[in-house]
Design a binder for this molecule. Sequence first.
Ligand code: CA
Length: 236
Amino acid sequence: MSTHDGPKHRVLLVEDEESFIDALTIGLDRDGFDVTVARDGQEAVEKFSAGAFDVVLLDLMLPKVSGLDVCRTIRQSSDVPIIVVSAKGEEVDAVVMLEMGADDYVTKPYRLRELIARIRAVLRRHDHARETPDGAMAVTEVGPVRLEADTRRCYVQGREIKVRKKEFALLEMLMSNAGRVLTREQLIDRVWGSDYVGDTKTLDVHIKRLRTLIEEKPKDPKHITTVRGVGYRFDA
Ligand code: CA
């Protein structure tokens, strides 16, 4: 299925398990990616600083330098998309990773197709963010919801609904990161400010109200999804 035109996206695959390395190298190459492998955290940092990568696939449990430290080090100099790969039961670390600046995470075992879809999604978001100057993106439209930033208007299936200022900001943040999990802390920081000292239930109250406004069945939401123990995600 190598049907890609133009330059190949370069992937830094940070992984110490040979079975994963083999499967991913073959699978990603077949899908049109140019793969470089780093087998421990130290090698990851060295190879990253020596090469120009479009995306980093980062295993958490690594020899020498942990995935967490690799993520932190890369973020000091680069906004390259980072997808963290964690083993089952490491969900707590995934939360930390998102806060450390990882763009997404997947849990082992995963399906190659799913992983490739996630890689393409972070690459699209990254390219889009780079091409869109600040303030230029006046309209955000995902699934049934359309937001107009200039006029602060919100439409659901073409019908205008009234949302308050914070609700609009929250929806905008979720929608502009559609498909990606945002932690509670990220949402509170960005919508209420990092110096916010109020009750964290405020976020849930806002989410609940937004669901009654945009979901067909607010108790069984299809768009504003709860990711247990992590935060929320907007799905188209
Ligand atoms: Ca590992």
